[in-house]
Design a protein around this ligand. Structure first.
Ligand SMILES: Nc1ncnc2c1ncn2[C@@H]1O[C@H](COP(=O)(O)O)[C@@H](OP(=O)(O)O)[C@H]1O
Ligand SMILES: [Mg+2]
Ligand SMILES: [Mg+2]
Ligand SMILES: [Mg+2]
Length: 311
């Protein structure tokens, strides 16, 4: 019997994400990030690593899955022009040997899926040398909902093996892997939020939550890792700045872990092929066991009004 598509996409994504991590470390070591500002109004850096990893991920997935719809942060790619040495052929065989496809996903076809790629999440922090914040995000949507995700953290150093890089994954109805989940402390309430994209509404919303501690770090992926590993109770970003490629992988992993990721009104985003890219109603995520609805109640009405309530 052939391996179901969703398992092959996951296994290919796991291998590609690891290789993308190597590319990011190499470029960092070389020392020239070759930064371009792609922002219209505000500074929005893109480095050599964002560009090369996007080519690697899109080129490699398209090589195996010709009809897969892939949307990447750095724009359209002409797959025929992607250098051959960036193509990753491997599938993570350990993943395929260890896990069986969930019953609900055995009959998925390529054109039922949309894959959302953030080749390097936390670019601002990468440029500033805060490398722990950097992740590679591959999110899989089926029938408009996020069902699978991969977060690779290239600069994570394993304390026992000293190996650089780790890959965290989640697939609906199957489970998660690559990390050890931890609950956040019970004696205080910690919120994590943006470090480099704040504004008056973002600040006022954080104030209203009255957290005991506010962590300001880069990247949607890194903030969700903080929720998985008990470093924060919730992630609050009352801004339309995050895009579908930031949240798709994160949502699947966090929700499979028992947490929740929605907009600030508690609604899940639609990750279908024709949606707008910005998450216009912001991002609200809670770790397993944290009351998501209670957090929504704490968001000021003025914030909800300013971000709107439509899809
Ligand atoms: N105001 C804004 N303008 C552009 N991008 C924004 C943004 N606010 C958030 N983002 C994007 O959302 C991701 C997480 O942001 P933050 O680190 O501030 O929490 C980053 O992804 P990238 O680093 O992949 O571009 C960042 O660029
Ligand atoms: Mg991003
Ligand atoms: Mg990015
Ligand atoms: Mg970017």
């Amino acid at each position: 019997m052939t391996t179901p598509l969703i398992m092959r996409v996951m296994a290919s994504g796991l291998s590609i994400a690891e290789k993308a991590g190597e590319v990011i470390r190499e470029i960092m070591l070389k020392g020239d990030l070759n930064v371009v500002d792609k922002g219209q109004k505000n500074y929005d850096p893109q480095t050599e690593a964002d560009r090369k990893c996007q080519q690697m991920i899109i080129g490699s997935l398209s090589n195996h899955f010709k009809n897969l719809r892939i949307i990447g942060e750095e724009g359209e790619e002409d797959v025929s022009k992607i250098p051959k040495d960036l193509i990753v052929e491997q599938f993570d065989t350990k993943f395929l040997e260890q896990y069986k496809c969930p019953e609900a996903f055995t009959d998925i076809a390529e054109n039922d899926l949309v894959v959302w790629i953030d080749p390097l999440d936390g670019t601002n922090e990468f440029v500033e040398g805060l490398i722990e914040n950097v992740t590679v995000l591959i999110g899989i949507a089926y029938r408009e909902a996020s069902i699978g995700g991969i977060i690779h953290q290239p600069f994570f150093k394993c304390s026992t093996t000293n190996k650089m890089g780790r890959t965290i994954w989640g697939l609906k109805e199957l489970g998660t892997g690559g990390y050890v989940r931890k609950s956040p402390p019970e004696n205080k309430f910690i919120v994590t939020t943006t470090r480099s994209h704040s504004n008056e509404i973002v600040k006022a919303t954080i104030e209203a939550i009255k957290a005991d501690q506010v962590l300001r770090v880069g990247g949607c992926g890194f903030k969700v890792l903080q929720l998985l590993e008990g470093k924060a109770h919730c992630y609050v970003f009352a801004s339309p700045g995050c895009k579908k490629w930031d949240t798709c992988a994160c949502e699947a992993i966090l929700e499979q872990d028992g947490g929740t990721l929605t907009d600030i009104n508690g609604k899940h985003y639609n990750y279908g092929p024709n949606v707008e890219y910005p998450n216009k109603q912001g991002v609200l995520a809670t770790a397993k066991g944290i009351d998501h609805d209670a957090l929504i109640e704490k968001i000021p009405q003025s914030t909800k009004d300013s971000l709107g309530t439509k899809k």
